[in-house]
Design a protein around this ligand. Structure first.
Ligand code: HGY
Ligand code: MN
Ligand code: MN
Length: 418
């Protein structure tokens, strides 16, 4: 049995090996320029999953896949009846995504495993590296769907029946890429879950800090809203006879933006997409579908904003003289992170001499949902200018190394605790 936590403070991950993996991943599902276009359950997502599973098997891990495609790669410990300590994040990206959002957390976890293998270090509890399905919600809303199903927020049938803009069904796409697993959604016990993720904000870089310890997350409310009007000719139809779905959507889009400014600077309010039919010259659209995303660090204010959005939805239908319906709603936010695990991260960072700060996450993460059922904590690493959901997302190897080391030492401590 190798060292299990003895002389391990000199233990460091091989950051060059991790970078090789990150650069290899960056070639799978290339975007328009330097980033990625690898939405969940796309062919590229399937290819990336296959590569990841291959790397896991090469590292001696046993791989299982659950019924929504979450991948669990396991390294046995010395006491395998104990639930595993897990690391992970997501490999799917936005369609104009960066190379590191989510991917660093999955491949960073695999690098931890490889380092323990190299040094012949065993742990008391087993370890797992997890790839959650559809974190981004780029094709199938809501986001964090795989982790949400794992945490019991969504039923299996509901997830499998979600469709994308082309009417492709989640369950069919999962079959098509070969990741409709047979492992049950519930009952996959985890002892702890640590998620390493780029900050997706400018604070760590601006303060020259290599690590953020995430104490909570902005509360977010999302809704998919549909407007139903009537097609008509844009020439002969008098203004008082129109039922233009795009006008209803436009009133809502402007109102959502105003609500964000009303609660500025801490609020975020966005209409991120619109679909329209027929969306052609000379004919009024009779159907519009918009997705609204509002966020705030305080739940009370986020709920107030959500109430104002609901009022704006009704008002937009009235002013646009069209019918309006909220077809889907979701929320996420996190004040469920484990204080024990947060304290462990702080202690380990101090022991390792890694400067760090506590901070909130403004983006959503799989860890938000996992935290509902498993003791969970998150580690942030710096990203340039905070640029993200943008192909120019960029991180530096040296700046990222400490956070990956912290992940490894926290996992080791947690896996070997009595
Ligand atoms: O919505 C989010 O914040 C995450 O990127 N899915
Ligand atoms: Mn992410
Ligand atoms: Mn993202």
């Amino acid at each position: 049995m190798g060292t299990s936590g003895g002389q391990t403070n000199t233990l460091e991950v091989d950051i060059d090996r991790l970078w090789r993996d990150l650069m290899a991943s960056a070639k799978i599902g290339p975007g328009r320029t330097v980033g990625l276009n690898r939405p969940a359950l796309s062919t590229a997502d399937g290819e990336m999953r296959d590569v990841f599973v291959g790397w896991c098997k090469d590292a001696g891990l046993s791989v299982s896949v659950d019924k929504v495609g979450n991948i669990f790669a396991r390294r046995d410990g010395t006491e395998n009846t104990l639930p595993p300590v897990a690391m992970g994040s997501h490999l799917d990206t936005q369609i104009a995504g960066g190379r590191y959002d989510g991917i660093l957390g999955v491949l960073g976890g695999l690098e931890v495993i490889r380092t323990l293998n190299d040094r012949n270090i065993t742990t008391r509890r087993p370890l797992e590296v997890i790839c959650w399905t559809n974190e981004e919600g780029a094709r199938f809303q809501p986001p964090m769907m795989g982790a949400g199903a794992f945490a019991g927020l969504h039923t299996l049938d509901w997830v499998l029946d979600q469709t994308d803009d082309d009417g492709c069904r989640f369950g069919d796409e999962l079959e098509r890429i070969g990741y409709a697993g047979d492992a049950k959604l519930s009952g996959h016990d985890l002892d702890t879950y640590f998620e390493l993720h780029i900050e997706q904000g400018p604070e760590l870089e601006a303060e020259g800090l290599p690590v953020g310890i995430v104490t909570g997350g902005f509360v977010a409310f999302g809704s998919q809203v549909q407007f139903q009007g009537e097609t008509a000719h844009s020439g002969p139809t008098p203004m008082d006879k129109r039922r233009n779905a795009l006008v209803g959507a436009a009133y809502l889009i402007a109102a959502v933006n105003d609500i964000g400014w009303k609660y500025h600077p801490d609020a975020r309010s966005t209409t991120t997409r619109i679909q329209l039919w027929p969306n052609r010259y000379g004919i009024l659209p009779d159907w519009a579908d918009v997705t609204v995303d509002i966020r705030h660090p305080e739940r009370k204010t986020a709920e107030k904003m959500a109430e104002e959005v609901r009022a704006a939805i009704a008002e937009a239908g009235r002013k646009g003289n069209v019918d309006v319906e909220v077809v889907k709603e979701w929320e996420f936010g996190c004040d469920d992170f484990s204080t024990d695990c947060i304290d462990l991260l702080r202690t380990k960072a101090d022991e390792l001499g890694i400067p760090h700060k506590d901070m909130l996450s403004q983006a959503g993460h799989d860890a938000y949902h996992v935290a509902k059922v498993v003791p969970t904590a998150m580690i942030f690493s710096p990203c340039r200018d905070g640029t993200t959901h943008n192909e120019n997302e960029h991180i530096e190897k040296e700046d990222t190394h400490p956070a990956v080391n912290l992940l490894m030492h926290a996992v080791l401590e947690r896996a070997n605790r009595s």
